[in-house]
Design a protein around this ligand. Structure first.
Ligand code: ZN
Length: 276
């Protein structure tokens, strides 16, 4: 039996979840709502003085869980692969500057080549940025994406594929991010969560829900309890491996972005206690 959640000590919210807010608004409002974990999307860091942003996060006792996102490595064009590597090196710097222990990687895919080729390039690129990540003390979490994104967003679509790559790379700085939205349907999910969790390679856990019907595969994610994912069961598998990190609420939703974001935050807290 999964232990029921009774407080907000392990609740983190992604800045993308409350997309209408800038970084300061996220920090101030999360803090006022009693939420102490934040995953920062790089769009809200644009134009920010990173040092000042770090001070603000400290002032509010906000724990930076991770930075989202690096990745998008594969391309048939060599120059584009290099541009991606450079961008990821910058993302590692940003992560270190914000005190984030983890950088989440959305691997990418190029429809002009096979998924196998894209995965090869993903692995090569991760090996290229790994020394910098190690030096900065920033771990890299490969996040498998639902197969509906295999065309151009991620050639890594199951936790098994991510685990295979993590084991081949074999570094304490490379692990996985488990997102229920992308992985809930997988009959091997429990086995693969145990596989990475027991080896200390499960770096992040993202929650939201799968709406039925889904109106948009990008921006119609559900709030926990809205859809068909058995989130407590998956959280139970994650926690059984010894994972003690945050439950990160990551929801892209035109519907929820349109509402008052403070009221939405209250809905998130309720859904977190009831359906996560
Ligand atoms: Zn995610």
């Amino acid at each position: 039996m999964t232990k029921k959640i009774t407080d907000f000590s392990k609740l983190a919210v992604h800045t993308m979840t409350t997309k209408p807010w800038d970084l300061r608004q996220c920090v101030e409002n999360f803090s006022a709502a009693g939420i102490c974990g934040i995953t920062i999307w790089r769009n809200v860091l644009e134009g920010q003085n990173l040092r000042e942003a770090r001070v603000m996060l400290n002032d509010y006792d906000m724990q930076v869980v991770s930075i989202a996102r690096g990745g998008f490595f594969p391309s048939v064009q060599k120059e584009k692969r290099q541009t991606a590597v450079d961008d990821n090196l910058w993302a590692i710097e940003q992560s270190a500057a914000m005190g984030a222990p983890v950088l989440v990687l959305v691997s990418g895919a190029d429809p002009a080549q096979s998924l196998e080729k894209s995965r090869e390039q993903i692995q090569e690129s991760i090996l290229q940025i790994l020394p910098q990540a190690q030096k900065a003390g920033v771990k890299l979490a490969i996040e498998p994406l639902h197969p509906m994104y295999a065309g151009d967003r991620s050639a890594i679509n199951t936790l098994e594929q991510a685990n295979n790559m993590v084991e081949e790379i074999n570094s304490e700085f490379v692990g996985v991010a488990v997102d229920v939205y992308h992985l809930w349907w997988d009959p091997n999910l429990q086995r693969e969560i145990i596989r990475c969790g027991r080896n200390g390679k499960l770096f992040a856990f993202h929650v939201c829900d799968w709406n039925v019907p889904s109106k948009d595969f990008l921006n119609d994610r559900g709030l926990m309890g809205d859809g068909c994912i058995n989130i407590p069961q998956i959280r139970g598998w994650v926690e059984e491996t010894g994972f003690s990190g945050y439950n990160e609420v990551e929801i892209f939703s035109d519907k929820y972005w349109a509402m008052d974001q403070n009221m939405y935050l209250e809905k998130i807290k309720n859904a977190y206690l009831k359906f996560t």
